[in-house]
Write a protein of this length. Structure first.
Length: 432
């Protein structure tokens, strides 16, 4: 029998390791790391074990040599004070980290680019142009009778999507969740989680996912009762496409699931715009909503903080003192390739697996001690992780909920926002 007073297991823990933000994990805090003992997924188990450790000898470094936190912050401040237009990459942060980062970006006259923003800005552009109708995880759970996944299996991005949101045991309105109809569009997807609890197979339209724009055109045409050329668009009998269009029209609440990173990059805005058009058409006679799977690596958190603090999305330059939003111009790779940035700050307390790009620029990395590095940066400052060592908040994929993150284990390392605040203070000392 477990003695609750002495148990080292913490229950109902929120997980910041993907945008699904599950809040039911049980985590054992005994020992050196954090062990997910119930309700996780492989990503959560690996992430809590790796990021949740408590380092005993992780120190800041300048040019690979140990330095005090103060020395490292002073050196980072010196680099930023001398830079005309630094770029801030990574940005896998919780809400406090993102707010702290924005203060530094503002003072340094920089540009923010989240690791997922190469896809994100294209998707946002489509919605800026034509609008969009999105739903929430609660609505999917309680109402969706038809779920169509466009080029994604959902679980590669958010592993517990089906477990937590689709094949749930209970829902409101006496809805029988096991009766949901699941459809996948695209080849090479993991469709096993789409099998219903009573063994019903999902409907799978197998075609090269790079041809998603054609598939979306076929569906949009059929929904508009327009002719479609050929007997088998994308090698699939027209009758099957028609059956899918009819099912969408007949559904009481269909959900169109997509994720920008699953699309061919140049096609992202085109595909997102076409999915929004399907939802618009269907809402004339029934209910249909899109569900973008976002929020991974804190991208929705960073995007929300950037927007509410400045009124602009990411890829806005603060170098001139006046915000200049230019998503085509202000991408990290383009700025580096064209010599339009003179320092890189890589901030990431939630993701240690993506290495900062090798740019040849003075580089400051503020990240967990386990951060993957392809080259030693000029300054490295190890930080603790929100949701493991620190309290915080994390915006979920549907952007209607910010989950509170818990501090499960004490770390000697500072929070990212403490580091950015210290750099801001050092910059102000030298009159930057
Ligand atoms: S699905 Fe995502 S939020 Fe849920 S436990 Fe796995 S990694 Fe964490």
């Amino acid at each position: 029998m477990t003695n609750e007073a002495t148990s080292t297991v913490v229950t109902e823990v929120a997980c910041p390791l993907c945008g699904h933000a599950c809040d039911d994990l049980s985590v054992d805090t005994a020992g050196k790391g954090l062990t997910v003992v119930a309700y996780g997924c492989d990503r959560a188990r690996d992430g809590f074990a790796r990021l949740g450790g408590v380092p005993t000898n992780a120190s800041a470094r300048i040019d690979g040599k140990p330095a005090s936190l103060e020395e490292a912050c002073a050196e980072a401040a010196r680099i930023l004070a001398g830079a005309q237009q630094p770029v801030f990459g990574g940005m896998a942060l919780d809400l406090n980290g993102a707010r702290g980062a924005m203060e530094l970006v503002d003072l340094a006259g920089g540009i923010v680019e989240h690791i997922n923003n190469e896809f994100g800005w294209r998707a946002s552009r489509a919605v800026q142009d034509g609008g969009g109708i999105n739903t929430t995880l609660a609505e999917v759970k309680n109402r969706a009778d038809l779920i169509v996944l466009f080029g994604t299996d959902a679980v590669s991005r958010q592993p517990r999507f089906f477990e937590r949101t689709v094949w749930v045991k209970e829902s409101m309105f006496d809805f029988d969740t096991s009766s949901r109809h699941i459809v996948y569009l695209g080849a090479g997807l993991n469709t096993a989680p789409g099998v219903s609890p009573d063994g019903r197979q999902p409907d799978v339209f197998e075609f090269d996912r790079k041809r998603m724009p054609e598939a979306l055109s076929v569906l949009n045409a059929l929904l508009a009762k327009q002719p479609v050329a050929g007997e088998a668009p994308l090698g699939i009998p027209l009758a099957r496409w028609q059956a899918l269009a009819d099912a969408l029209l007949a559904a009481k609440y269909s959900v169109l699931v997509w994720t920008a990173s699953a699309f061919d990059t140049p096609q992202v805005d085109m595909n997102v715009g076409a999915i929004a058009a399907i939802a618009r058409k269907l809402n004339v006679t029934t209910r249909c909503n899109a569900l973008p799977l976002a929020g991974n690596d804190g991208d929705s958190t960073m995007g929300a903080v950037h927007l509410w603090q400045t009124g602009f999305p990411m890829r806005t330059s603060y170098a001139s003192g006046t915000p200049k939003f230019d998503p085509l111009h202000n991408g990290l790779s383009r700025l580096v390739a064209n010599g339009e940035t003179d320092a890189l700050v890589w901030l990431s307390s939630l993701n240690d697996t993506v290495a900062p790009p090798s740019t040849g620029l003075p580089t400051v990395v503020i990240a967990p001690p386990t951060q993957k590095l392809d080259a030693e940066p000029h300054v490295f400052i190890p930080v603790a992780t929100p949701g493991m060592h620190l309290t915080g908040h994390f915006v979920r994929t549907d952007k209607v909920v910010s989950l509170p993150l818990r501090a499960l284990k004490k770390s000697p390392l500072p929070a990212a926002e403490q580091v950015t605040a210290a750099i801001v203070a050092k910059m102000k000392e030298v009159g930057a």
